[in-house]
Ligand binder design. Structure first.
Ligand SMILES: [Zn+2]
Length: 206
């Protein structure tokens, strides 16, 4: 806890004085993010850090493995779908970014079985990704089955997004773009999904 409070004190001392006017403007005008990010809750894969974003830029939806269920409007508690609805229909974001990552514990749980302490909710949640698990590893990702499944989940999430009628309509009309990425924790390299392949994003340091 001390670490968090010390972090806050540093924020007030060094970040707040420089960013104060930005926060005050955002408080007056509300938020106008152009990007909605779907990412894993993994503490090592922070979308704002990876994309160098400032407060107000990213509307983030994070859950175990960065999954999106298919469109299912019923009385269930659909936290991810609610966030999508708000971001797309109310905030009218211009793009949705799906950020997958290497060494995903959620996907490992899907492949190897959920840990004993994660069976009430993680296990049924990961059923969303079952269509990916049915495929046999093949193609360029097949050397490492976890990579194959992690990348497959990004593709599945992009496909499931299109099952939401107001997302499909916005994509077809050109008002919304969907993008897939993968972040490698070990190398810090971000790759973008182009066609069916993840291609490293060019950067100054390689
Ligand atoms: Zn993960």
């Amino acid at each position: 806890m001390d670490r968090l409070l010390e972090g806050y004190r540093q924020f007030r001392a060094s970040v707040w004085p420089e960013e104060r006017s930005r926060y005050e403007a955002m408080a007056r005008r509300g938020q106008t993010p152009e990007t909605l990010v779907i990412a894993c809750s993994d503490s090592r894969v922070d979308p704002a850090t990876v994309f160098g974003a400032v407060p107000g830029e990213l509307f983030s939806v994070r859950n175990v493995a960065g999954l999106v269920p298919r469109y299912q409007p019923d009385a269930g508690y659909h936290g991810t779908s609610a966030a999508l609805e708000y971001g797309v229909r109310v905030l009218k974001v211009a793009r949705i970014v799906v950020l997958g990552h290497a060494q995903c514990g959620g996907i490992r749980a899907m492949v190897e079985g959920a840990p004993q302490g994660a069976r009430d909710f993680v296990k049924p949640w990961m059923k969303i990704a079952e269509p990916v698990l049915r495929a046999q590893p093949s193609g360029p990702d097949s050397a490492d089955p976890l990579t194959f499944y992690e990348n497959g989940v990004v593709r599945l999430t992009l496909a499931n997004l299109m099952s939401f009628p107001w997302i499909a309509e916005a994509v077809i009309s050109g008002g919304l773009a969907l993008h897939g990425f993968r972040f490698d924790i070990h190398t810090g390299v971000l790759a973008v999904l182009e066609g069916d392949s993840f291609v490293p994003v060019a950067s100054a340091s390689g």
